[in-house]
Design a binder for this molecule. Sequence first.
Ligand code: MG
Length: 387
Amino acid sequence: MKNLYLLGATGSIGRQTLEIAETAPERFRIIALGADRDVEGMTELVRRHAPRYVAMNDAAAAATLAIRFPDIEVGSGKAGLNRLASLDQDDRDGLFVNAAVGIAGLEPTIAALKIGRDVALANKETLVVGGDIVMPLAREKGVRILPIDSEHSALWQCLEGERPESVLRLVITASGGAFRDKSRAELEHVGVADALAHPNWKMGKKITIDSATMMNKGFEVIEAMHLFAIPLGKIDTVLHRESYLHSLVEFVDGSMVAQISSHDMRLPISYALHHPDRVANPTERLDLAKIGKLTFAPIDSERYPCLGLAYAAARRGGNAPAALNAANEVAVALFLAGSIPFLTIETIVSTALEQLSFIAQPSLAELLATDAAVRDAVRGRYARQLL
Ligand code: MG
């Protein structure tokens, strides 16, 4: 029996994680659930899964839940989320599932690693911002970071049993997002609803916009670099409109090994939760003869400058990826609020990188300070649009 400590429970990945756990009640027990501020969503989940501990990032949300569920311990804010990740310190078989969205997911990952707990990771910021701190800590503690993302799960599956020296390069596929058929000129006038209409995947709003700008692919490149300890120069991307081939590894002998499956996050979730077992799950099966063909094309870097910005930030290292992430997160929020045009997202990110006070080997505190400073700077510059 594996105990699950799940952060980001009310979101898309969190709910699908619970669904996978429910299909194998003899294997998983839900011990703790955490979320940002969705009180009604969490109330429903607590009634269904009866966790022992609940954490809400938002203090008011935590207070409401504490009244509704007087018999359950309710934590709030940063301390509450960190307690969720490191609850029951002696539970060596426990798994912390981090499906939080945003920088709030970084410190709980560290809290889990510190007590030697494996982490199933869907939170991008953990590795994009904190990879240089998180991966050495995981190695020191001898714990595993199991990716929950279709691309990284694919790479993980392709790399199983292979030696590092056999790997020539990783190739991460990209669908191209909602605007893959639009020209740069057309992108000047696209709206929020257009951007949220992803051709292949149904996901949260933030990641859907990040797919349209290709920043999501940039984040995935940075994550892969940390997760698989592969130099940035050995990680490529390719446009693959159908999104069935989730990523591939090319080996030194010329073999390419790819992982192919439907567009369903429940598969990478199931793989991470059950690893090293493969267990039947309710995901859609592919009929390759019906699909007929898979297509591949180069990614136009002028069309998707955010991907180049992500590579540049990763190459620079230090606190540059933190600035990249923070600027992008505020920019996407501004776009979703209807405050800035779509193409201003990339302008905001590139300006933040140009104006960064660079730190080559930042501490966690310095990374969080960079995050806060960049957010303030972007919000300050676009304050008028927020009114
Ligand atoms: Mg992905």
